[in-house]
Design a protein around this ligand. Structure first.
Ligand code: THU
Length: 134
């Protein structure tokens, strides 16, 4: 069972690690996998703006690189009111691994919104391939 409160604390804490000198918009993410591990991420901006990494995909990369591809819960922490959902690119990236991923959005003011990925991305890109092994 997901400890949403603990996961939210990790996401909020990760905002402090954000490298966001250009937008000054800090995002933190905490991603739980089926084996109970938690992978965290923050946004990492770049002077070449298009190279910026979103917090959610930084967390996802950590999970997949550690062999944890069965995603069970995601918390995203932004400073916005209401707290903001993952961008479209992050939604597609997450849907590759968990099309119905439960997602909690939080902000430092304590506001929360619950979604699941199928609601945020109702028609993901799907591609039939001969080899879907990773
Ligand atoms: N950002 C994220 O980290 N996740 C999202 O889903 C949307 C946007 C970051 C990228 C950039 O550093 C800042 O937020 C403003 O767009």
């Amino acid at each position: 069972m997901t400890d949403w409160e603990a996961l939210a604390d990790e996401a909020v804490g990760m905002r402090e690690k954000a490298y966001a000198p250009y937008s000054r918009y800090r995002v933190g993410a905490a991603l739980e996998t089926a084996d109970g591990r938690v992978f965290t991420g923050c946004n990492i901006e770049n002077r070449a703006y298009g190279l910026t990494l979103c917090a959610e995909r930084v967390a996802l990369a950590g999970a997949v690189a550690a062999g944890a591809v069965d995603l069970t819960a995601l918390v995203v922490a932004t400073e916005s009111s209401p707290p903001q959902p993952p961008c479209g690119a992050c939604r597609e990236s997450l849907a590759e691994f968990a099309s119905r991923l439960p997602i909690l959005l939080v902000n430092p003011a304590g506001e929360q919104r619950r979604h699941d990925l199928a609601e945020l991305l109702p028609h993901p890109f799907e591609m039939e391939t001969r080899d879907r092994e990773r």
